[in-house]
Ligand binder design. Structure first.
Ligand code: AMP
Length: 181
């Protein structure tokens, strides 16, 4: 079987609680230990940078996709095995989505939400059939998951939407799902 390419969406900001940083380290370690390849936004800051460094430290490969204009903000991770510089955010997302076999979503902010929302809607629309795993660390995503249910309860999203993503509590739950697929 070919190497699993794990797409990771997560926050890019530095000033977040330690437990979030550890989560990113854990995910990178597990990806690296399995000899998988991380596909992510290519930055060296925030949880993004931590996942990438931990993946490398544990023997995995790193593919980063970063828009040229974001290099100053997110500071491209120059040690990536492959660093793809694109023109726009849309191209970034497209390439990441093409390269990944599955998506894992760690805590993040608006950028992460935008990516998560797109990957879920695209799965619903059958643009892809890749697993989407939300790591709901310490209930971080509870308000969002409630909002998703609220969409369904009010008829703005079909019931089938609930099958478009899996929710796990921690990194080992995410890895178990990926290994099962
Ligand atoms: P955040 O969760 O806001 O820290 O952002 C996480 C990542 O999403 C960062 O790498 C952002 O640059 C990225 N991002 C923000 N908006 C978009 C977008 N429209 N398309 C693709 N990536 C985005």
């Amino acid at each position: 079987m070919s190497v699993m390419h794990v797409g990771v969406y997560c926050g890019s900001r530095e000033r977040v609680q330690d437990s979030f940083r550890r989560l990113a380290d854990d995910l990178g370690s597990e990806i690296g230990r399995r000899g998988w390849t991380l596909v992510y936004g290519g930055g060296s800051v925030g949880l993004m940078g931590r996942v990438a460094r931990a993946t490398h430290q544990h023997g995995g490969q790193v593919v980063g996709v970063i828009p040229e204009s974001m290099d100053t903000v997110e500071v491209a991770y120059r040690d990536a095995d492959e660093l793809i510089v694109v023109d726009t955010m849309r191209q970034r997302k497209q390439l990441m989505d093409d390269r990944a076999d599955a998506f894992v979503v760690l805590p993040g902010g608006f950028g992460t939400l935008e990516e998560l929302s797109e990957v879920i809607t695209h799965r619903y629309l059958d643009y892809h059939a890749k697993p989407v795993v939300i790591v709901n660390h310490a209930g971080f995503y509870d308000p969002l998951l409630e909002l998703f249910d609220h969409f369904v309860e009010h008829g703005f999203a079909g019931d089938r939407y609930r099958d478009m993503y899996a929710v796990v509590e921690d990194v080992s739950g995410a890895v178990a799902l990926l290994e099962g697929d």
